[in-house]
Design a protein around this ligand. Structure first.
Ligand SMILES: C[S@@+](CC[C@H](N)C(=O)[O-])C[C@H]1O[C@@H](n2cnc3c(N)ncnc32)[C@H](O)[C@@H]1O
Length: 209
C-alpha cells in the first residue's frame, strides 16, 4: 500500500466535504418527497449515504439500505449514519443487486445515473427487487435549472451559483443524455409509461412497477 491515498479515496473525501454538505437540504427534500413511511427503502449509488439516512431518520418503521460500488464512499456513509439501526450500507453493483425479488417499497438513484455506462441491467435489477406498485425515482441535476436557494446549504457565499452550475454542466445530464436514459427506462420492465417530473433543480424519472 502506498503512502498517498488512492484516487477513489480522494474523490470520496471531496464528495463528503463538498456536495455531501451543501446538498443537505436537497437530500432532505428528496427523502421527504418519495413517500416512504414504513417498509424497505433502497438508495442506489448512495455515496455518502445521506438520502438513505434522511429517509430513515425519525421513521423507525423504515429500513433503509444504501448500495454503492465504492468502498471509500461507503466508509463515509457508515460514519454519517452515526449508529442508526435502521440504515445499512452494502458494497454492491446496482446491476447485480444481492436482494431477493420484491424486497423494497421505494428505490431512488440521486446523481448516480450519469455514471451508468449500461443503465438497462440496473433498471431491470431495481424492477426485480421492488414490490408490485413500488416506485423507482431517478434524479439528475438539470444543467439548465436555476439554483433554488433553499435547496443548497451555504457557508457565507460558498458555494456560489456559478460554481454549482459548473458542477451540473460537468456531472449532470444534458437534454440528449437525459432523453437517452428515459428511452432505456421505457424499454425496461418498468416501461413503456415512465413519468418525468421536476423536483427542485433536478429532473426525475418516476418508474412504477
Ligand atoms: C455522484 S455520487 C452521488 C451519491 C449520492 N447519491 C448523492 O447524491 O450524494 C454517485 C455514486 O454512484 C455510485 N455508483 C455508480 N455506479 C454504480 C453502480 N453501478 N452501482 C452502485 N453504485 C454506483 C458511485 O460509486 C458514486 O458513489
Amino acid at each position: 500500500m502506498g503512502l498517498l491515498p488512492d484516487r477513489s479515496s480522494l474523490t470520496a473525501l471531496a464528495y463528503q466535504l463538498g456536495p455531501g454538505r451543501y446538498y443537505q437540504p436537497a437530500y432532505r427534500f428528496i427523502a421527504a418527497d418519495v413517500g416512504i413511511e414504513r417498509g424497505s427503502f433502497l438508495d442506489v449509488g448512495t455515496g455518502p449515504g445521506w438520502v438513505a439516512i434522511h429517509a430513515a431518520s425519525g421513521r423507525p418503521d423504515v429500513d433503509a439500505v444504501g448500495i454503492d460500488t465504492s468502498p471509500a464512499m461507503l466508509n463515509f456513509a457508515n460514519a454519517n449514519r452515526q449508529g442508526r439501526l435502521n440504515v445499512t450500507f452494502r458494497e454492491m453493483d446496482a446491476a447485480n443487486i444481492v436482494f431477493p425479488e420484491r424486497t423494497f417499497e421505494v428505490a431512488v438513484a440521486v446523481q448516480a445515473a450519469h455514471h451508468w455506462k449500461e443503465p438497462a441491467p440496473i433498471f431491470a435489477e431495481v424492477h426485480r427487487v421492488l414490490v408490485e406498485g413500488g416506485k423507482f425515482y431517478v434524479y439528475e441535476a438539470d444543467p439548465a435549472s436555476d439554483v433554488p436557494s433553499d435547496w443548497v446549504a451555504r457557508k457565507g457565499p460558498w458555494p456560489p451559483d456559478s460554481f454549482i452550475k459548473k458542477q451540473w454542466a460537468k456531472f449532470g445530464m444534458d437534454d440528449a443524455r437525459w432523453a437517452a436514459l428515459k428511452s432505456v427506462a421505457e424499454a425496461s420492465p418498468f416501461g413503456p409509461e415512465i413519468e418525468e417530473e421536476r423536483h427542485g433543480f433536478y429532473r426525475r424519472l418516476v418508474c412504477v412497477k
